[in-house]
Design a binder for this molecule. Structure first.
Ligand code: MN
Length: 231
């Protein structure tokens, strides 16, 4: 037995639909943009190849949480996303085999400090402070592939206080899940427990303390959160 100088932390994890067992989260990769309309609203060329950023694994939060309004921002944004949960690792995974590496899917919200991201973009600085903060990756219970298969299409939407803000379809993804898994695995060896947030449709916008956000991906599940008072 190895001795450690600090108590070992319990691995971050997410709920699994229809099970008491939880999915241990290893790393979180996120696609920068993956829906044509959202790429246009941010002024980008939709044909660009996908790029990735990361969040720490312990940024995950189960659905139903109250998330304190985070520090350093005046413009906290919601981005509803299909989340891919990797069950089988691999390096340079062929596109034709990519879906075999997926354990399941979830509905996540890529919380973003948009004002910090705008500053980072202008200054050509890293995105971490805008994307990878505490509790920045709420995600609903994961749906195993064995129960729901692989969603190639289906409504993806997010409402704030009951008003629909984002309303798209998975079929609008510029790079489908198999491509995202394959391309991500060219950069690093994917491992069981990795999550991939696959980008958001148009309609991103600000959240305020007291707001209740509820997201849904047809056939996969839901995610709910409340924004609390600032920390
Ligand atoms: Mn995003």
């Amino acid at each position: 037995m190895t001795d450690f100088v600090l108590p070992l932390s319990v691995p971050p994890s997410l709920a699994v639909a229809g099970s008491k067992a939880r999915f241990p989260v290893r790393r979180i990769f996120c696609v920068g943009r993956n829906y044509a309309a959202h790429a246009r609203e941010l002024g980008n060329d939709e044909r660009d190849p996908p790029f990735f950023f990361t969040k720490p694994a312990d940024a995950v939060v189960d659905s139903g949480a109250t998330i304190p309004y985070p520090p350093l921002t005046q413009n906290l944004h919601h981005e509803i996303e299909l989340v891919v949960a990797i069950g089988k690792g691999g390096f340079r995974i062929p596109r034709t085999e990519a879906l075999d590496h997926v354990w399941g899917y979830g509905v996540g919200i890529d919380l973003t400090r948009r004002d910090l991201q705008d500053v980072a973009k202008k200054a050509a600085r890293p995105w971490d402070w805008s994307k990878a903060f505490d509790r920045s990756a709420p995600c609903g219970a994961l749906m195993p592939v064995e129960k729901a298969g692989h969603p190639g299409k289906g409504r993806i939407r997010l409402a704030v206080n009951g008003e629909v803000r984002q309303d798209g379809d998975l079929a609008e993804m510029i790079w489908p899940v198999a491509d995202i898994v394959a391309i991500c695995s060219e950069a690093m060896e994917l491992q069981p427990g990795d999550l991939i947030f696959t980008g958001t449709p148009a309609g991103v916008g600000a959240l305020q303390p007291g707001d209740r956000a509820s997201g849904e991906v047809e056939g996969i599940g839901t995610v709910e959160l409340t924004i609390g008072q600032p920390q």
